[in-house]
Write a protein that binds this ligand. Structure first.
Ligand SMILES: [Zn+2]
Length: 204
C-alpha cells in the first residue's frame, strides 16, 4: 500500500458553506432508505468545497433484473467475502454505495477541465451511525488513498444524533486504514472564514 507519511490531523477542520450542508441533507433524505453519494469540488490546491455533484448510487435497483444481477455479482466480487454481507443480509444500496463509473468519469473530466478536485466525498448511512464502515475505510485506503480528502458521512437513521447544524453529519480523514475525525465548521460564506494562510490579506 502507498505510504504518504501522514496519519493524523491534529486540529484538522472542514469549513463548509451552510447551503452545501443543506444540499447533502436534501439528497440523503430523498434517497433514504438507500444510501446517497456525491462529491463537492473545490479549486485544485485549495481546501474549499464549492461545486456540488449529486451522484447516482449504482447499487440502487434500476428495475432491470438482469443488470441488477450482474451488478450484485460484481459488487460481491469487489467487496470480497468479508464484506459481501452486512448483518446477515446481502449488500445492497441500503447498506452500501458505489459510483456509477461513467458518471464518475464525466464528473472527473469536468473537474479536470476547471482545475478542480473532489475536496469532499460524501455519502449517507441510513441504518447506522455517521461513522466510516470497514468498507468505507478499505475503499478510502485503496487506490483512492489521499490524505487531503474530507470524507463526510451523514446518517438518516431514525435515531440520528443532531451534531452539526441540527444534522447527524461528521467529517473524517481516512489514510492507510487510519480514521481521524475532524471538526466541521459551517459558515454562511467563505468570505470571513479563516481556513489557511492564503486568506490573510496582504495589507491591512
Ligand atoms: Zn459508509
Amino acid at each position: 500500500m502507498r505510504r504518504v507519511g501522514v496519519a493524523t490531523y491534529p486540529g484538522a477542520v472542514l469549513v463548509i458553506r451552510a447551503d452545501l450542508v443543506d444540499e447533502i441533507m436534501v439528497h440523503a433524505r430523498a434517497e433514504h432508505p438507500h444510501e446517497a453519494c456525491g462529491m463537492i469540488a473545490g479549486a485544485e490546491g485549495g481546501d474549499r468545497p464549492e461545486r456540488f455533484f449529486r451522484m447516482t448510487n449504482a447499487a440502487k435497483p434500476t428495475g432491470d433484473a438482469l443488470a441488477e444481477e450482474r451488478e450484485q455479482a460484481q459488487r460481491e466480487l469487489v467487496l470480497g467475502e468479508a464484506h459481501a454481507e452486512y448483518q446477515g443480509e446481502r449488500r445492497s444500496s441500503l447498506t452500501y454505495y458505489t459510483w456509477d463509473v461513467k458518471e464518475r468519469l464525466r464528473a472527473q473530466r469536468e473537474m479536470d477541465a476547471r482545475d478542480e478536485w473532489a475536496c469532499v466525498i460524501y455519502h449517507s448511512h441510513t441504518r447506522s451511525p455517521a461513522y466510516p464502515s470497514q468498507v468505507d475505510i478499505d475503499v478510502a485506503s485503496g487506490p483512492a488513498n489521499d490524505p487531503r480528502i474530507h470524507y463526510v458521512i451523514v446518517s438518516t437513521r431514525p435515531d440520528a444524533e443532531p451534531r452539526v447544524a441540527g444534522h447527524d453529519l461528521r467529517s473524517f480523514r481516512i489514510v492507510d486504514g487510519v480514521v481521524t475525525e475532524e471538526q466541521v465548521e459551517v459558515v454562511e460564506t467563505y468570505m470571513f472564514a479563516h481556513t489557511g494562510a492564503d486568506d490573510v490579506p496582504d495589507s491591512v
